[in-house]
Design a protein around this ligand. Structure first.
Ligand SMILES: [Zn+2]
Length: 871
């Protein structure tokens, strides 16, 4: 693959003065940028800057010599499309030194949600438009010429012309506002100078918005902005943000670096949120909480996203990765700190138990593929950048941090981080800088310990053979796919975290035998902070199962044990009956996180075995397994119940409904029947539609998914029409996604076709398209039709979503639920044609998924049938 040259190697910007004049009606903008900086390296006849789809209308270079300044005569400027560059060719040789470059340019505001883009919303039934930016990872170049690499930090003076009477927000406070000559409706806003920072963090938003405001203990003004009707729903996020900032000020021992912190909910947004320094943008779902209608899990999600983005104000913005190879430094830390901060603010939410399922287990699954990548990943081409915003950078990154946190202990870890952030403030770092700082603080060999975990892909399966007087441990890289090309004999320094005093702290070799008199109840990875999987010999596993039944294992250990046995079965290291026999010990399980693992095991058996007789014979077994929890939790929130019980209720009722538990299905159907479709409601209730209907039906918002899902699974055209009417009337994004999940869950071919036909219409927002497709693919009745729709609408998808991360996951969505190898030729034929660097990893992962899932099915289908028949 061609390697793109770094422009920072030839020009180091110091300061940008950027004036932008967008035209919302014409969807264009004009701008001027004055870039001052130093040319470095060899003398040459050109200066090169990043730009994409801009038209440079004039260029002017002044060289600042020791004695005097001189205007540089320019021969020509070349737009170099394939490299995203503009090359300014001088008539003379340019020597290293100080230069000022002035460029004027024009560009377009694009529907695609990056660069400068519009967000559409309804304001009192009138159409409103906000203008916003999204520059990470390399989209600043779509708005102004610059050196668009994270290492090229500079300061920015931004001015922006926008309609008078509208909110206008950028990274720093407003310095000055002046009216624009001959344009009475416009105002020019100058913002304070930014700190020394990367281009991808620059941002602005303007349009009709309102805000709530609060202050941190240190006096930083925090505001949450949203479109007028949504502003009141930002209160929860505002409270969390203030508490988070207070916590981080203390924890990092560095005050929040800016005078203000704005958080803005945007009606159209490609990812979850973006940490622009002081001007953080969010998908509405990630910032808005309606106390009456937001589910507990969605509310928790808001707290976590806010904590994540605020972590970045230090990790990422103040100290930035040198190049995208170390993206994990940003994302791994921000992900890990979500849990630390939210655990601090809401100690009863048991965040670290959730961490085990939502980060570690997800990362372990992704990293069991041959076509995974190391946490520190080589990035050559800009198009590869977007592919690494994935579970490895976020969840595995967070998981290895979790491991080093436990290895060092809370105090040394914090001391090391403070040292790291202070030493590298306003600069860029690599992974080694972090290990050095932690090593300095702890005097432990952090480099040696961590290097293997971040520089090589995958992780080990540690098998323990436990005998009366000794334990033998051995480690091998864990792969799902029996066909995976095994990489030689890699070894990790595995923290044993065992409950036996005779065990070494780490397993550093391929295998080891340890004599011990304390092998009874022996367990590895106690507390689950190690990033690896464990299996035991059968007799010892029985002993551990006994400890699950007798209530002697903590939730994290119960969770890890079952998850590891499940995944070992998928990979063929054991068979599925061992996992299912172990599952029988979880009949009294009442922990939400453990239930997520149980649901995952049952779900993957259903999906991968893909056999109607298996589905049917599983139902009584599952009904029996959930019965105690259905009875305990019921449909109504119980006064003073725990956070975990609230999160567990929809999981349990969802499993019970899907396995046809009659009393659960009938209640769900009754709820749905009692809900009013929007056309039944009086006009005063119609906005915001389903919010009103929810209250009418008296349904707990946490349980909407169960009700809608059951209506779809058991219903027909009438249910479809009602769900669709509710969807189209709703402006509430959580609700719309719940309804999307239901609308894509029917089994009738004509209703599947109707759901698919909605995707490229105005009924579905571009930001939600990936959900519609992923959900449709996961409906076994809809897989074929969805494949047909995607392949026949590929050009539309590419045009409208071509810059979204989710677009590049299409190969994975297509086969995540496929265990039929006969689909491979068709898959390869289609994606082979559209393959590009950005697709390559997902494409290969897709092939692997089909292969390992069909291999599992071949091995275990008979066993599964026999097990459920007998149980
Ligand atoms: Zn992030």
């Amino acid at each position: 693959m061609k390697k793109v040259k770094r422009l920072y190697d030839q020009f180091k910007p110091i300061h940008y003065q950027l004036d932008l004049v967008p035209d919302r009606e014409a969807m264009t903008f004009t701008g001027t940028v004055i870039i001052s900086g130093n040319k470095v390296g060899r003398p040459s006849k050109r200066l090169t800057f990043h730009q994409k789809d801009l038209k440079i209308t004039s260029a002017h270079i002044v060289s600042h010599g020791k004695q005097s300044d001189a205007v540089v005569e320019l021969d020509r400027n070349n737009h170099h499309g394939s490299f995203d560059e503009v090359r300014l060719h001088a008539a003379q040789v340019l020597f290293p030194g100080k230069y000022t470059v002035t460029l004027t340019f024009t560009g377009t505001i694009t529907r695609a949600m990056n660069g400068m883009y519009p967000c559409f919303f309804k304001d009192d039934d009138a159409d409103g438009t906000l203008i916003a930016t999204q520059f990470e990872s390399h989209h600043a170049r779509e708005v102004f010429p610059c050196i668009d690499e994270p290492e090229a930090k500079a300061t920015f003076d931004l001015s922006l012309t926008s309609p008078i009477n509208e909110a206008v927000i950028a990274n720093t406070p407003v310095k000055n506002q002046t009216t624009v000559k001959n344009s009475p409706g416009l105002i020019k806003t100058e913002f304070e100078r930014t700190p020394h920072m990367s281009t991808y963090l620059l941002a602005f938003v303007y349009g009709k918005m309102e805000y709530l405001e609060a202050k941190t203990k240190a006096g930083v003004v925090v505001r949450t902005y949203a479109t007028p009707e949504n502003t009141k729903y930002t209160k929860f996020a505002l409270d969390v943000a203030v508490k988070c900032l207070d916590f981080y000020n203390e924890y990092f021992d560095i005050p929040y670096p800016l005078a203000k912190c704005d958080m803005i909910a945007l009606p159209d947004f490609a990812s979850g949120a973006m940490e622009n320094w002081g001007c953080i943008t969010y998908r509405e779902q990630a910032l808005l909480v309606d106390p009456e209608n937001t589910s507990m899990s969605a509310q928790q999600y808001v707290a976590m996203v806010v904590a994540h983005e605020l972590t970045h104000q230090w990790f990422g913005n103040l100290v930035t990765m040198q190049w995208w190879t170390d993206l994990w430094l940003n994302e791994g830390f921000a992900t890990w700190f979500e849990y630390l901060a939210v655990d601090h603010i809401f100690p009863k939410w048991k965040m670290w138990t959730q961490f085990a399922v939502d980060e570690q287990q997800q990362a372990l699954k992704l990293d069991a593929l041959e076509h995974t990548h190391p946490v520190e990943v080589a990035v050559n081409h800009p198009d590869e950048i977007r592919t690494i915003f994935d579970g490895i950078s976020y969840s595995k990154g967070a998981s290895v941090i979790h491991m080093v946190y436990h290895y060092l202990g809370a105090d040394d870890f914090q001391t090391g981080l403070r040292y790291y952030l202070k030493k590298h403030s306003y600069k860029n770092t690599t992974t080694l800088d972090l290990w050095d700082a932690l090593e300095e603080a702890s005097k432990k060999p952090v480099r040696t310990f961590m290097h293997a975990w971040t520089s090589q892909s995958g992780y080990p399966l540690v098998h323990a053979e436990v005998a009366r007087d000794h334990v033998t441990l051995s480690q091998n890289r864990f792969y799902f796919n029996p066909k995976a090309k095994k990489s030689g004999s890699v070894v990790w320094p595995v923290p044993t975290l065992s409950n036996s005093i005779d065990m070494p702290e780490t397993l550093d070799t391929h295998d080891v035998r340890i004599d011990t008199k304390h092998s009874e109840n022996f367990k590895l990875n106690h507390g689950g902070s190690g990033f690896y999987r464990t299996t035991y010999n059968a007799s010892h596993l029985q002993q551990l199962a006994g400890r699950v039944r007798s209530g002697h294992l903590e939730p994290l250990d119960r969770l890890g044990l079952l998850a590891d046995m499940t995944e070992a079965a998928k990979s063929g290291f054991t068979d599925v009956v061992e996992a299912l026999n172990l599952l029988k010990s979880y009949k009294n399980e009442d922990d939400n996180a453990v239930w997520d693992v149980i649901a995952g095991l049952l779900g993957s058996i259903k999906v991968v075995m893909d056999d109607e007789s298996v589905r049917d014979s599983m139902k009584p077994f599952i009904r029996d397994l959930v019965a105690a929890q259905v009875k305990r939790l019921g449909w109504e929130p119980i006064a003073h119940e725990s956070h975990f019980d609230r999160l567990l209720r929809p999981t349990i009722l969802g499993i019970a409904a899907a396995s046809d538990t009659p009393e659960v299905v009938s209640v769900a159907k009754e709820f749905f029947a009692n809900m009013h479709a929007p056309e039944d409601l009086g006009t005063e209730l119609r906005t915001p539609g389903p919010r009103a209907s929810l209250r009418n039906a008296g349904l707990d918002p946490d349980l909407r998914g169960v009700v809608y899902g059951t209506a779809a699974r058991t219903g027909g055209e009438a249910e479809f029409n009602k769900l669709l009417a509710m969807h189209n009337a709703s402006t509430f994004s959580e609700e719309r996604l719940n309804l999307c999940a239901a609308l894509t869950g029917f089994e009738q071919p004509e209703l599947i076709a109707r759901a698919l036909a909605l995707i490229d219409t105005d009924d579905v927002r571009l930001q939600d398209v990936a959900y519609w497709i992923a959900y449709s693919f996961s409906n076994r009745h809809a897989r074929k039709q969805t494949w047909g729709w995607v392949t026949s609408h590929w050009d539309w998808l590419e045009k409208n979503m071509g810059n979204d991360l989710s677009f590049y996951r299409m190969p994975i969505y297509a086969v995540r639920s496929c265990s039929d190898e006969s689909f491979l030729p068709e898959y390869k034929k289609f994606f082979g044609k559209v393959l590009s660097p950005a697709f390559e990893r997902a494409y290969n992962q897709g092939i692997e998924m089909i292969e390992w899932q069909s291999a599992w099915k071949k091995r275990d289908l008979k066993l599964v049938k026999a097990f459920f028949k007998a149980s």
